[in-house]
Design a protein. Sequence first.
Length: 602
Amino acid sequence: MYAIVPTLIFTVLSLGKNSIRILHKVSGSFNSGRLTAILGPSGAGKSSLMNILAGLKNNGIEGCVEVNGEKQDVRTFRKQSAYITQKDHLLQDLTLEEYMMAAVHLKLGNKVPNKEKLFKVETILKTLGLVGSQRTQISRLSGGECKRLSIGVELLDDPAVLFLDEPTSGLDSSSSLKCVGLLREIARSGRTVVATFHQPSSRLLDHFDNLYIVAKGSCIYQGPTGSLVSYLKTVNLNCPSYHNPADFVMDVATGEYGDVLFQLTSGIENGRLIYNEFSEAIPVTPSHDETRRPSSIRKRSESLNKVDQEKNGLSKDRLTYGARAPFHTQVSVLLERTFRTIWREKMLTKVRFATHIAFGLFIGLVYQFIGNNANLTINNAGMLFFNLVFIVFTAAMPTLVTFPLERKVLFREHLNHWYSLKAYYLAKLLADIPFQIIFPTVYLVIVYFMTGQPLSLQRFGMLLCVTICTSLVGQGVGLFFGTALSIQSAVFLGPTCAIPLFLFAGYFINLNSVPSYLSWISYISVFRYGFEGSMIAIYDYDRPPLECAQPYCYFRSPQKFLENFAMEQSSYLFCILGMLAYFIILRILGYFFLRYKLKMIR
């Protein structure tokens, strides 16, 4: 386990992306108790550098990162650090308090008493100024409050190192000052805080302890904020009075003052030296850096660390917990959180419920009392097929549309080791199952009795089983496309891929008439299993002849009607097993696609 106050020393020889070299032999040091800002124009490599330090980029990199003089173990370091992305991806339907409590249970595990968890949450909310908003839904929070919440949830397990990518992006000047002031206080408590900024104002600049400035993949300055202007003077770059030094150095980095980057890079040896106007440039080593700091600063830092530990009632070896909840607790917490989200998400609950009732009444009116009419058996088969299409799409589309948005939350939380992917995925599957059972049941009850289907509990139960299985398969389809594709691609490809499966379901074409070289498609069509199972439930198992108001009805015999669709030898159990296979396979594929996506962002 890392020490409470880690020092990061790094040398990145190069970071290559195809044939483009992003970073060029940069070095540097980020120290505890300091807020360090990485500055640089767009494309300078600041985000890439921070991703390397945080252990998110591992491919195509030459160099090393040391933590307290030892080579960085990325797997362990990721558990002791937190990475806060530029955009605040949060679950919008939860309240701030609910989100914090779920986070504290996931991050601290079962070994920490609930009393201590509540104390940590209350302390952090007070520190962040969010006490008055704790019962407010996240969707109603301001941008500044969302940013503070994103920081707060990562402080629950006391990370030793905090990385932030553009933390003031999208915030007004007042919110930006509060955010940076908060980061400085966090650093003062003994943590190492590193954040990227594009072009901070002069007021923000005053809050930074150290600056690390990159331009075209090289380090042009590393040192205290107050020494920046004097360092620029060493190469005859005089920042005008009352001018923001950050704006001036950005102009320098983009070449507005000529080609001086080589001189600036050489002056600090591309980050191997730390510039200080009082002690000139000193090497990047923990010993030099600590001994050159005034004793008053070192004493203040030690005092702050001690006060912070005493204030939170934590011993030195407990400042970093480093152990998330066990698997069953993760599933339990995530299941409750996911259920709350689904319950409050209008598309996933209210709209779906209203749609099932509205379409149930509509279909009941269109196909009213045709279930036992021998003259309208084809219409009844059409109604059974439409049921499948409706159930699949109402189950798949909400998941398909909402899951890619929630996927961003998953990436952020999993990135910071809140929980395992298996726990998240299992909770996601289990939370939606009750709705996939209730909604189709409500729909079928309305349709079954309004359309005059046989009053048999067995037949209703069999048809209900097929309908629920179809709904669960539809949810799997939504998860599969939602995990594998973006929203735009999923919305287009999902329905498009269903078209050939419609054709081979057995309604539009007799299965015996399908060419042999295409017959295999019918066996991968979920609609074939659903339609065949529905037909068997209604017309098989020795159903008596249908009512016929005319002298002769060709399909008065239910068995003859099944023969017309080549289903006289079909098995209901085979249809159920086919849909269960779909249920399992789609969810397994969805899991591996999601796992692959997570690996791609590292």
